[in-house]
Ligand binder design. Sequence first.
Ligand code: NAP
Ligand code: ZN
Ligand code: ZN
Length: 352
Amino acid sequence: MSKPVCYSTKAFATPSATSPLSAAVIERRVPTATDVQIQILYCGVCHSDLHFARNEWHFTQYPAVPGHEIVGRVTAVGSGVKKFKVGDTVGVGCLVDSCRTCPECRSGLEQFCGGMVMTYGSMDKHLNRPTLGGYAQSIVVTEDFVLRMPANLDLAAAAPLLCAGITTYSPLRKWQVGPGHKVGIVGLGGLGHMGVKFARAFGARVVLFTTSPGKTADAQRLGAHEVVVSKDAAAMAAHAGSFDFILDTVSANHDVNAYLNLLKRDGHLVLVGAPEQPVAVAPFSLIFARRSFSGSLIGGLPETQEMLDFCGRHGITADIERIRMDQINTAYERMLKSDVKYRFVIDMATLA
Ligand code: NAP
Ligand code: ZN
Ligand code: ZN
């Protein structure tokens, strides 16, 4: 296959696991018949961006451009594009393509397709180099992986829905969390604060677990009925054996058994946080109460659109702190200190 025609766009990239991100110029393909070209207006900053930029998952190729909470405006469409036109407000999340034919793709679960192409760090089928993410002025994506943004939502605050939103919405829906359920959310960061909002919107009783006592009032404002500081052993013990479901969003190593032991018989703990190190599970945390421990990865395209439409109907967005592109390295350091309220979003106009 010959290389498609490309154009240049400004971006922020990192050349190695130990370098800060800095200004770069990257190539995007000129839209093919089925592509949508998007001017990126805002891009959320996910903790996965940091794990990836620093090669904590051991698959990063450099130079790397993170960013998979992308919202923007359509600037061009290919001749065969049916769903979008120039000027539309759209989103792109963690996926930009998949095989389209396997059982996962046919079920709308493209995130589990063996041939799925992530927005950054996958092999780009067109350019034969790793895909480059949304810390950039523009991106070109096949129309089937472009999402429609609800018109009533603030665009900057809606950007984090594309990853933090769907990653928490999907497991809460899969496990049918709702009225009568006691639900725990572990960690009040980007994912955790969306988890609190969704669990509350679905009608559950919501308990937020945090290592940061200073986040208690915010957690209540965001929708938690109760807040437990996880370092407080007595407060943890008071909840033993009482939860139907717990969603663990923690980005660093921690003792997951402390949360498994809070589940009722047949309760579920779902891990979405992806720390670098393996997680140790004590067998007795599971077998004594027939508890289950599983994971969840973002969500497929149909469910992501469903989540966006749900947020449009219910006026749900992220609580964000807008940053300039050149503040990204400081933002990463603050993220490592759990000092995010509750998602950084890059104003891409600052890259001009
Ligand atoms: P984040 O904004 O940095 O939030 C993580 C939160 O975890 C922190 O705010 C903090 O909350 C808590 N935390 C941090 N260090 C901790 C420690 N040592 N012990 C206990 N708690 C700690 O990160 P995020 O963007 O929400 O992402 C969270 C994780 O999910 C990351 O690992 C990310 O890669 C992963 N992720 C997975 C998926 C998926 O599809 N499965 C998608 C997106 C992201 P408190 O201050 O409240 O304790
Ligand atoms: Zn993410
Ligand atoms: Zn597939």
